[in-house]
Design a binder for this molecule. Structure first.
Ligand code: SAH
Ligand code: SF4
Ligand code: F3S
Length: 501
């Protein structure tokens, strides 16, 4: 086994700059050499598949992974069967997300047996859990690379290590030979925490006309059920000038809609050297020419300011949609969840927002089955659903996440007890959403055309400012355009309509 210094020298790695992102651009060049060799060996462009689990943050991270994979010479495919490189960007917010990954890894194992040059990488939130990495090391030894949420910017560097590893057998401290017929080392690089934010790395946007933008990373709220603060680390805001610069570039590249991303956008900017509020950031973004629509996710109710409501009300660009997670309507459960608001405070906030912006759509997240929750508590939640009149709600059955305070609470409620309450609540959510949707019938609203309808290619799908979808006659050339659409038929969660000249 080569010493690291000799290894670096042999591979031209000794002159790699320490500074980021320059360092990663160097590794991109080096990785491209390997991919070129692979291309020659295969006689075609190597293909890669990026699979994303979880939230919009992960979707944005995947665009960064894809940006690097394209730069080093891979071509994207949706088919894992065809791919020469597969990466899973994982989520661990509920256990079913983890189970899906394990299930699919079994399939990848058989693919790799047929195609030994297939490289498999895992990253994202699930990898920040020690027990997960232990399990993969033990039972999924065919995986080539594991990294976490804090060092995703190092993807090119890690890829070079994987390629080198495959060619020379150089081992990292974490990796041990698998004891298989051919030598296989798993590269593992997980950080517990970081305060670094590396700017200006490649990104490959999924949509030409819209884009997510990270405005902050991590979370400090520690809701007692939630694993996100443990796997994404402490809250860090990006510098406003970096955000503005990124959005200006996106606008120049044809993006008309931006989605500002953070676990709690309402606390944006507090930890900056020169603190600014989220509402101030929005005001700056509003000025960027070419940007027609601004969205953001997620707003924690405890931090939603009057300033934000005012800025939204006065804005021509901020969409008429607010995602305002409730989680529970029971004060007792809210307190145990560490949400730091009461049912009454939440409802008052909703009234205030609706009074200021009458055409706003409010959506939410709800958890049913938190430890100690009784059917009476669920009734409180249902009461909020009725009173708030949600346009849509994501409802989840509580999932116990190891390491969170709620996991250690007594009175965990078995799923068969939760089910009936969950189903009842879901019915109220659906009925309320339908009622709300019906109110729009006959109106003419602006839709941003997102795609050609999958079922019927004579239709396109547009998104209204309030986040509702409308299908109407159109073609590929309409994608990315803002059009005035008449909302003719309500189908519960979406409309069909036609373009108004
Ligand atoms: N930062 C966002 C949401 C992050 S996770 C916020 O604060 O709203 C998205 C949603 O997953 C949460 O709103 C919550 O409803 C749900 N969730 C989080 N942890 C969960 C758990 N352990 N079980 C079930 N649902 C959970
Ligand atoms: Fe999780 Fe709460 Fe942070 Fe949202 S605000 S990510 S629910 S801890
Ligand atoms: Fe999942 Fe991580 Fe998002 S745990 S919900 S992908 S922040």
């Amino acid at each position: 086994m080569a010493e690291k210094a000799d290894f670096d020298k042999k591979n031209g790695l000794e002159n790699i700059p320490e500074q980021e992102p320059q360092r990663q651009y160097c590794y991109i060049k080096l990785a491209a050499e390997y991919v070129k060799r692979l291309e020659e060996a295969l006689g075609r462009k190597p293909l890669c598949a990026v699979t994303t689990f979880g939230c919009q943050m992960n979707a944005r991270d995947s665009e960064k992974l894809a940006g690097i994979l394209l730069q080093i010479g891979y071509q994207m495919t949706d088919s894992e069967e065809e791919a020469d490189f597969v990466i899973y960007n994982t989520c661990t917010v509920r256990d079913n997300a983890n189970q899906r990954v394990y299930g699919r890894l079994g399939v990848l194992n058989s693919l790799k047996k047929k195609k030994p040059h297939l490289k498999i990488a895992l990253c994202g939130c699930m990898m920040q859990e020690e027990s997960v990495v232990e399990k993969i090391k033990k039972s999924y030894r065919f995986v080539d690379l594991i990294f976490g949420t804090h060092n995703i910017y190092k993807f090119a560097e890690l890829l070079v290590t994987v390629f080198e590893n495959a060619e020379s057998g150089y081992e990292t401290a974490d990796a041990k030979p698998a004891g298989h017929a051919h030598k296989h080392n798993m590269i593992i690089d997980i950080w517990q925490e970081t305060n670094r934010i590396i700017e200006d790395l490649p990104v490959n946007r999924k949509y030409p006309y819209k884009s997510g933008i990270n405005i902050m990373f991590g979370c400090n709220n520690f809701c007692s059920y939630c694993i996100v603060p443990y796997v994404r680390g402490r809250e860090r805001s990006r510098e406003p000038k970096e955000i503005i610069r990124e959005i200006e570039r996106l606008a120049a590249d044809g993006v008309v809609e931006v989605m500002l991303l953070g676990q709690n956008v309402n606390s944006y900017g507090r930890n900056l050297e020169h603190p600014i509020t989220f509402a101030q950031l929005l005001t700056e973004i509003e000025k960027i020419e070419g940007i027609k629509r601004i969205r953001f996710m997620t707003s924690h109710p405890k931090d939603l300011s009057d300033e934000l409501i005012r800025v939204m009300k006065e804005s021509k660009k901020i969409c008429r949609h607010l995602h305002l997670p409730l989680q529970s309507g029971s004060d007792r459960i809210l307190q145990a969840m560490n949400r730091r608001y009461t049912k009454a405070q939440y409802l008052q906030l909703v009234s205030k927002i609706k009074a200021a912006i009458p055409d706003i759509a409010i959506t939410t997240d709800i958890i049913v089955g938190f430890p100690g929750e009784t059917p009476e508590d669920v009734e409180e939640t249902i009461d909020v659903i009725r009173k708030a009149g949600y346009d849509n709600a994501f409802t989840f059955i509580y999932s116990k996440r190891t390491g969170t305070p709620a996991a250690a609470m007594e009175d965990q409620v078995p799923e068969e007890i939760v089910r009936p309450s969950f189903d009842k609540l879901l019915k109220v959510v659906q009925d309320t959403a339908k009622e709300r949707a019906l109110l729009l019938k006959g109106q003419v609203m602006e839709a941003l055309v997102e795609e050609v309808n999958e079922q019927d290619a004579t239709l396109v799908t547009g998104r209204l400012s309030n986040n509702m979808l409308v299908h109407f006659p159109g073609d590929r050339s309409d994608i990315g355009k803002l059009m005035q659409v008449s909302l003719d038929e309500c189908h519960g969660f979406y409309y069909t309509g036609h373009v108004r000249e």
